[in-house]
Write a protein that binds this ligand. Structure first.
Ligand code: ADP
Ligand code: ZN
Length: 744
């Protein structure tokens, strides 16, 4: 028998170690190792025993055989990871620029000892009728929180305690009073398995609408014919997307396949979870932030063992190791939270496509306001698109008024509330209906002159204010002094909207003494359950007005909200990012859609300095298609994704000058290799590599670490991957000290 060698990655996250080491496979381990296996190896001169992962096995020796050491053994109780997971990790490494180890850690559940948190459950003691009669009593007494818990108890026999205090927003005191009344008891359980014991009544199934049925039929037709595709369902909230997902999942289970459902954590409401539990019982499992790493690991083991068919969760649920995955659903595919903020900065949509390829699964994306990227691909025929055009639960879209803030100012209104908004708020307070005030403060507010924001002459994105009174472009580094007078009209009054949520609350109380307000922003939602508590207290009618940042536009439905005020639509429009228009359109569309969800019709007021901007006019009209046409034109003209691809290279360093110099040297490497790198496309001169920057990053310094960034743009994704590889190679040669480089 020939000697067998293994390429092994060492379990240390450091760029220098991002390569494999060859070891000999001892006779005792022959046949027991496969790619992904975890092994112990002697490392370095001291032959210290460390852990590593096998990435490949072969009979060719790359070094002098006598210099190669033997693998020492396998660690106890480590489970080898599946080939697919290793392949996925390799793909992540290649595409997002990180070490193989980082990629592996992303893909694999943390192999912690399965330490179980104690989970408590509320278990019903009375029968359904008794609960319902208690419920009636509470409703008469207006005990809203207690009523909500009783209603939940009437629907299911057990409820996890985390859900009660979290997603249901019911206090411990209320739970105790229910326990005292003898309606239910609290019991401890060791694991999070089968969190909900369902009423055995089979939920009545809706007959699918014609539009819904078409999607289900077509997706299955493709699947059964062996065609694996990506589908985009474009449909407003309430148009029946979730129902379509559940039908498809049911069909997959019937075919012996499993499904992953990605839902942004913030949108994973009690109602949605319950719908999945009612449909799939204990074959469904939820992966969320309340689980300990040990429990997440436990869930992966259960998935591997075939104990569950469906997993619901945020982006990390994508790495659930199902034996025969058939479908990946990604709801609200445009959500930012699908992109990882730490290395590797993978995007769940692209990664989902890769997972689907590895397993032979179909992918269904859903959204009310699809990302430009997804819609663009659908337009090119890469995804198959379906539309759901009707709201199935009724409910008209709200009437929208757009108010020009410049005109308000000219006519003498210096308040942050326009006259229209004041009039409508007063009306709601009289009628006892609720209002949401939305401040879409996202990214850095740019600098606003009387007509428009100041843009970079080179990049067509807003300039940002910096300390020292300068305006700066975060793409190319262009800077200019901040003007003292408005460059358009010469006035000293330079407009801008500086108010935060707290200030809005104060002004509101001045205007309407006695108004009951709730505030939701980064400050008021620091603790774990505070987000859901604020939402449920608003749902209970404990406040007239909810003031908040982008967090309030997702998730919950408030039937009593009949007015939404968007205080300064421009704030997100002026973010110094090429996606500012897209984000603004999405936020405004979602915010406007918050009004009039119940039986009462809704109204919305959009206050803006740029009433003619297409992101605003299209959101007011709830017109996605027109928005898309305008936005894609802008992306085409300025060469931004999805029309072109962009690689961001971030350089972090303790010394500002060093970081800057390294950034400059790296851009030179790209520039001097340009011909070589885009050689494939040489005949088409419009497909050139473009380098922007370097410039200080959007947040130029964190914890005394300076951050520089430069961008490389090209029409072909693969060319950028090559650029990234070349830069990694260069860095290996240069070995810059005390610096860190990230690719995005
Ligand atoms: P989305 O996910 O697009 O917001 P949902 O699937 O949640 O839409 O559907 C919205 C509401 O319409 C839900 O209350 C759901 O039960 C109901 N619904 C969905 N499909 C149908 C149908 N075919 N007939 C009647 N009601 C439906
Ligand atoms: Zn610029």
């Amino acid at each position: 028998m020939n000697t067998l060698y293994a390429d092994i990655i060492v379990d240390i996250s450091h760029e220098k170690l991002d390569r494999t080491f060859q070891y000999r496979v001892p006779e005792s381990l022959r046949g027991r190792l496969e790619p992904g296996a975890c092994v112990m190896i002697p490392f370095g001169n001291g032959n210290r025993l460390i852990k590593g992962y096998v990435v490949a096995l072969g009979e060719t020796c790359q070094f002098a055989p006598e210099k190669i050491k033997d693998i020492a053994g396998m660690p106890e109780k480590e489970t080898g990871v599946e080939d697919k997971m290793i392949a996925l990790a390799a793909w992540i490494r290649r595409n997002y620029g990180c070490t193989m180890i980082q990629a592996l850690k992303t893909v694999l559940p943390a192999k912690q000892s399965v330490k179980k948190l104690e989970h408590r459950q509320l278990v019903r003691l009375m029968n359904r009728e008794e609960i319902l009669s208690l419920l009636g009593e509470c409703e008469r007494k207006k005990q809203v929180a207690k009523a909500r818990l009783l209603k939940a108890l009437s629907e299911q026999e057990t409820i996890p305690y985390e859900w009660i205090t979290g997603k249901l927003g019911v206090s411990a005191a209320t739970v105790n009073s229910i326990v005292k009344s003898g309606a239910a008891k609290l019991v401890s359980s060791e694991s999070y398995r089968n969190p909900v014991k369902m009423q055995s009544v089979e939920a009545v199934r809706n007959t699918l609408s014609e539009e819904q049925q078409t999607i289900v039929t077509e997706v299955l037709k493709d699947f059964d014919a062996g065609r694996r595709q990506t589908y985009l369902i474009h449909g407003i909230t309430g148009s029946g997307k979730t129902e379509v997902y559940m039908r498809l999942i049911g069909e997959m289970i019937a075919r012996g396949r499993q499904a992953i459902v990605l839902i942004p954590e913030i949108a994973l409401t009690y109602q949605t979870l319950l719908r999945f539990y009612q449909r799939f019982g204990d074959r469904v499992s939820v992966m969320n932030s309340t689980l300990s790493p040990g429990e997440k690991y436990d869930q992966c083991e259960r998935a591997k063992a075939g104990e569950i068919d469906v997993i619901i969760g945020p982006r990390s649920a994508l790495f659930t190791p199902f034996p025969s995955l058939g479908l990946i659903v990604m709801d609200e595919e445009q959500e930012n939270s699908y992109k990882s903020e730490s290395t590797p900065k993978y995007h769940a949509r692209e990664t989902a496509l890769e997972v689907a390829k590895l397993y032979g699964a179909s992918v269904v994306l859903g959204s009310a306001t699809p990302s430009l990227e997804a819609y663009y691909r659908a337009g090119k025929g890469e995804y198959r698109m379906f539309q759901l055009t009707r709201r199935l639960t009724g409910g008209e879209l709200p009437t929208v008024y757009t108010v020009d803030l410049r005109q308000e100012l000219q006519e003498g209104n210096r308040s942050i509330f326009s006259r229209k908004l004041q009039e409508l708020m007063a009306d709601r307070l009289n009628k006892g209906q609720q209002t949401i005030l939305f401040l879409n403060r996202r990214g850095y507010a740019g600098f606003v002159s009387c007509r428009e924001v100041m843009k970079c002459p080179h990049c067509d994105v807003s300039l940002s204010e910096h300390k020292g009174g300068r305006l700066i472009c975060h793409y190319c580094g262009y800077t200019q002094p901040m003007p003292k007078l408005c460059p358009k009209c010469g006035s000293k009054y330079i407009l801008g909207f500086k108010a935060g949520t707290q200030q809005i609350e104060e002004k509101l109380k001045e205007l309407y003494p006695g108004v009951r307000t709730l505030r939701m922003d980064a400050d008021t939602t620091r603790t774990k359950d505070s987000y859901e508590k604020i939402l449920s207290s608003f749902a209970n009618g404990e406040a007239d007005v909810l003031i908040g940042t982008q967090m309030i536009v997702k998730g919950h439905d408030f039937p009593k909200v009949t007015l939404v005020g968007i205080l300064a639509a421009d704030l997100s429009l002026n973010a110094s990012d090429y996606r500012a228009g897209e984000r603004t359109f999405q936020l405004l569309t979602q915010a406007v859609g918050r009004a009039g969800r119940g039986v009462l019709p809704g109204e919305a007021v959009i206050q803006t300095y740029q009433p003619d901007h297409y992101a605003i006019t299209c959101a007011a009209a709830q017109d996605y298609e027109s928005f898309y046409q305008e936005e894609i034109l802008y992306r085409e003209l300025s060469g931004y994704p999805p029309v072109a691809h962009m690689l961001a290279v971030q350089i972090y360093g303790k010394e500002e000058e060093n970081a800057k110099q390294l950034a400059l040297r790296l851009t030179d490497v790209v520039k001097s290799n340009m011909d070589f790198l885009s050689g494939k496309q040489k005949e088409q001169s419009n497909k050139k590599i473009q380098v922007l920057g370097p410039a200080p990053a959007n947040i130029s310094k964190i914890n005394d670490i300076y951050r520089y960034v430069f961008y490389v743009k090209h029409a072909e994704y693969d060319v950028l991957v090559e650029v990234k590889d070349r830069l990694e190679e260069t860095l290996r040669q240069w070995q810059p000290r005390q610096m860190r480089i990230q690719f995005d």
